[in-house]
Design a protein around this ligand. Structure first.
Ligand code: SF4
Ligand code: SF4
Length: 204
C-alpha cells in the first residue's frame, strides 16, 4: 500500500507574536530541552507538560492550550522559569494563559483552587493596589471550598493557630492598607477583563 508522507510541522508565528506582544515572552526561543518540565513539581497532575504547552503554542494550537488542565494546575512556583536556558518566563506564560482562558469564558474545572487563588489575588490588587493577606486567605478558602473541607478534616484549627502566631508577631495585619496610586494599578488590572468579574462567576 502506498504511504502518504505526514505534513511537516510548522511554527505558527502569528500566535507566537501575539503572545510576545501581550507578555513580552518569546516562545520561539524554545529549543525543547525539557528542563522546564523536568523541574516542575506538578507534572503528575498535568495533561500537557510545560514544554508541550510551549510546543503547542508554537504550532498554533491555542484552543488546545486554553482548554488544558495544565494552566490551572500550575501554581506559578517559577521553577521552570528559573531553569529555562533561554530565559523563557514559562510561569508568566501560564498566568497569561489563565487570564486568556478566563477572558474567553473557557470553563475551568469546578472549584479549581488555582483559579480561585488567581481570582481573589487579582481582585485584591484591583481593589487596594496591594494584597491584604488575612482577607485574601478568607476569601480564597471560601471560594475554593477548602474552608468546608478543612472543617470536616479538622485541619482548620492548625491554620487558625498558625494565623494567630503570625498575627501575634505582627506578620498578619488585622486591617487592610492601600497604596497611593490605586487608580493607576486598577487601570492596569482592568486591562485583564477577567479580573473584575467576581460576582456571578459560575465556574467556582
Ligand atoms: S526549558 Fe525553555 S527551552 Fe527548554 S523546553 Fe522549556 S521552555 Fe523550551
Ligand atoms: S510555574 Fe507552573 S509550570 Fe512552572 S514549574 Fe511551577 S508549577 Fe510547573
Amino acid at each position: 500500500m502506498e504511504q502518504t508522507a505526514a505534513a511537516p510541522l510548522e511554527v505558527y508565528f502569528d500566535l507566537a507574536e501575539k503572545v510576545r506582544d501581550a507578555t513580552g515572552i518569546t516562545v520561539t526561543a524554545c529549543y525543547q530541552c525539557r528542563k522546564c518540565t523536568n523541574g516542575c513539581p506538578l507534572t503528575f497532575a498535568m495533561d500537557y507538560y510545560p514544554d508541550q504547552i510551549v510546543r503547542l503554542l508554537l504550532l498554533g494550537r491555542e484552543e488546545e492550550v486554553l482548554h488544558s488542565a495544565t494552566i490551572w494546575v500550575c501554581s506559578s512556583c517559577e521553577t521552570c522559569t528559573t531553569r529555562c536556558p533561554n530565559d523563557i518566563d514559562i510561569a508568566g506564560l501560564m498566568d497569561h494563559l489563565k487570564s486568556e482562558a478566563h477572558r474567553r469564558g473557557i470553563v475551568r474545572p469546578k472549584g479549581n483552587p488555582t483559579y480561585a487563588f488567581h481570582k481573589v489575588f487579582l481582585d485584591d490588587i484591583a481593589r487596594r493596589g496591594r494584597v491584604f493577606e488575612s482577607g485574601l486567605l478568607n476569601r480564597y478558602l471560601l471560594k475554593s471550598g477548602e474552608w468546608k473541607a478543612k472543617l470536616e478534616t479538622g485541619t482548620l484549627w492548625g491554620d487558625l493557630r498558625l494565623g494567630w502566631a503570625l498575627f501575634s508577631r505582627r506578620r498578619l495585619p488585622l486591617f487592610p492598607h492601600g497604596v497611593m496610586n490605586k487608580q493607576e494599578i486598577r487601570s492596569l488590572i482592568e486591562e485583564e477583563p477577567g479580573a473584575a468579574e467576581t460576582e456571578g462567576d459560575e465556574n467556582t
